[in-house]
Each structure stands twice: as C-alpha cells, then as structure tokens.
Design a protein around this ligand. Structure first.
Ligand SMILES: C[S@@+](CC[C@H](N)C(=O)[O-])C[C@H]1O[C@@H](n2cnc3c(N)ncnc32)[C@H](O)[C@@H]1O
Length: 344
C-alpha cells in the first residue's frame, strides 16, 4: 500500500468514533498485526542477551512494561525467563484477548522458543503455561503474575519509588510527544531501584516505509513540523521524529546513565541522503548516521547508581556534541543496514 493512502486511512479511523476497533481490523487484514509471537521475540531475545551481558539477573525481579499494545509478548517471555511479576501499562485498552490466546498457544508449543533464548526458558514455567492454554486470557495473565493496567499512564504510576527492577518498552518511545517522553522517562527513573535497568527498543525511522517500498526510512524528514502534523499527527500515525542522539539525550536528562546503545543505520537512507534527499531545514544539523538510525536499543541505569552526571551522553561530558558523532562501526551492512554500538 502507498504510504499516503495509509496516512488517510489512519486519519479517518482516528476521527471516527470506535475507530480503534476498525483500525485493528484493518491492521489484522492488511497490516502487520498477527498472533505470531516470533515477529517480536527475536528482538526481545536480543534485549535479554544484552541485559544479561550488562550483569542484570532477571529471576525474581519486578518488571514494568511501558505500552502493552495488542499482545503481551514481552511480558510473557520475561515471565518464562523467571520474572516474579510484570506490570504492563497502556494508555489505551488495546490488548486483544482472541489474538493473545492464539499467540500464547503458538509461543508455548513452538520448538524455536527454547533455542532462541539460549536455553534460559524455565522448564517448569513453560509446562505451567502449556497447562493453562485454553483458559480465559485474563486468568492466564493472572496466573503468570502479569498485571495489565489499561487505560493507564506510565508517567503517573501509584507505585513507590524504586519499586521496579526493570522498565522496558518496545517501539513506544518514538510515538510519544517530546513532552510526554520527558514525563515518562522521569517517572520510569523514579520507579527504578538503585540496581535497576531500563531497556528500550525504539524505531526512529518513518513507519510508513514498513509497507511502502517506494520510500526510504527517512522519508518523513522532508516535511516541516506543520506538514508532518497534517499527515501523521493522529493517534495511529504519530511519530515524534526525534533522532537517535535526541532520544539518547532524553535518557541522560531524566537521570539515567546509558550503559550500552545499539544503533542500526539504514544504508538505503544514507545513500538517499548522499544523492541529495531534500531534508527539511530542521534536520540539517544532524550527522548522517544519526538521521538514518532506524533501530535504537538503549540500556541504561539510574545515573546515581552508575556514578555518572545527569545530562551526560554515554562516554562523554555534559554539553558534548550530539551522540551521533561518536558511534563506532561494528561490522558491515546487513540487509542494507549497518550496526553501530557505543558504550562508555
Ligand atoms: C506502537 S504501540 C507498541 C505496543 C507494543 N509495545 C508493541 O511492541 O507492539 C505504542 C503503545 O504505547 C502506548 N503508550 C504511549 N504512551 C504511553 C504512556 N504514557 N503510558 C502507557 N502507555 C503508553 C500507546 O497507547 C500504544 O499502545
């Protein structure tokens, strides 16, 4: 589907009463909404591997997910890996019980699951989940100690300071306004214990390019803020267009110290830039790798625990140039994408 058609459909659904259910049906039929957990699990398994590499131990922890969406794939995976409790919160009550039931069946019975997590899935928990298949979804989630709060706002949580060990999100932070992002990260920081970790997977690319091969992942950077608001300023298409360095900076400003960042730079976008892509003036001050980062993983800890100054980007002093300038290339292109990693 051409991206402008999709933009119109999203706008119409956003303006229609009950448009959320209508848009979910359209996504199910023509889009990427499916009960297949393996669309999301490889990214989650990578997140788990990186957290383990940073010294985080999951078993027995209390975890907070920001933005559940339609399917609680990550909360179930964290429970299978040993989390004591996962609280998952969403502004909108989007969790789809029928899709979730089907997703749980696929997750619990697919042989790819255990190797994907390097054998770390707990046998007794997997057996318990298998024994629950077919039960009503709210009952299964209760038995797995997954608490779904929706509508709920992660920037206003009732829980005590330091009451979570891990906060995480998957493709959420690019969808909130810069102001909302500040509030959300400040609250996530408050809720995290001194030894806690934050893990966030962010997609800063143009989401319309997921379905329209005629445009690149930086296509939306050609528009002025006003034009972009008109095209994508609704509940279903909103993306803040913050570049990777700005997203990283939001973490340090909120009192986190970034332990590790993984950036995936989209090579076709970089080639388009070199060929004269018409960037809007507001984006011209960014480095090409910053503009073309289309996948960003941020792993952070409370700055107080890490002994770092709030406001310092990873590995540099406060006030240093945008983080885009100091990524280290790690390996070559992979499906037209190059990965960069930097850590202090
Ligand atoms: C694009 S969806 C991603 C959902 C899911 N994590 C996934 O990977 O499919 C983003 C979700 O974040 C939710 N969200 C945005 N801001 C939030 C906030 N302050 N508190 C809780 N949920 C929020 C939105 O309602 C939306 O359902």
């Amino acid at each position: 589907m051409r991206w402008r058609q999709k933009a119109v459909i999203q706008k119409v659904c956003a303006l229609t009463p009950g448009g959320g259910a209508l848009y979910q049906q359209i996504q199910r039929r023509f889009g990427r909404l499916s009960d297949d957990p393996f669309r999301r699990l490889p990214q989650h398994a990578a997140m788990m591997r990186r957290l383990t590499g940073l010294g985080f131990t999951l078993p027995g922890t209390r975890c907070l997910e920001i933005g559940t969406g339609h399917l609680p794939v990550a909360p179930v995976a964290f429970w299978l890996l040993g989390a004591a409790e996962v609280v998952t919160v969403d502004l909108h009550r989007r969790l789809n019980a029928a899709l979730t039931g089907a997703m749980l069946r696929r997750l619990a019975t697919d042989d790819r699951l255990v190797p994907l997590y390097d054998g770390l899935i707990l046998d007794d928990r997997l057996m318990e989940l298998r024994g629950l298949l077919g039960r009503p979804v709210p009952e299964i989630l209760r038995r797995l100690n997954i608490r779904y709060h929706a509508p709920g706002d992660v920037s206003r949580m009732p829980d005590a300071d330091g009451s979570f060990d891990l906060s995480f999100s998957m493709t959420v932070l690019e969808h909130v306004t810069p102001d909302a992002l500040r509030g959300l990260l400040a609250e996530a920081r408050r809720l995290l214990g001194p030894d806690g970790f934050a893990a966030h997977l962010i997609d800063p690319g143009d989401h319309f390019a997921h379905q329209d091969p005629a445009i690149t992942r930086i296509n939306f950077l050609r528009f002025s803020p006003r034009e972009w608001r008109r095209l994508g300023g609704n509940e279903f298409s909103y993306c803040n267009r913050l570049r990777a360095s700005q997203l990283e900076r939001a973490f340090t400003d909120a009192g986190f110290h970034i332990e590790r960042c993984e950036r995936t730079v989209d090579e076709p976008s970089r080639a388009a830039l070199e060929a004269g892509f018409p960037l809007h003036a507001g984006f011209r001050g960014f480095a090409p790798a910053d503009l073309c980062t289309t996948e960003l993983e941020v792993y952070a800890r409370p700055a107080s625990a890490a002994g770092a100054l709030p406001g310092s980007p990873p590995g540099s002093a406060a006030g240093a140039p945008p983080v885009g300038a100091h990524g280290q290339r790690r390996g070559g292109g992979e499906n037209g994408r190059a990965r960069e990693q930097h850590a202090p």
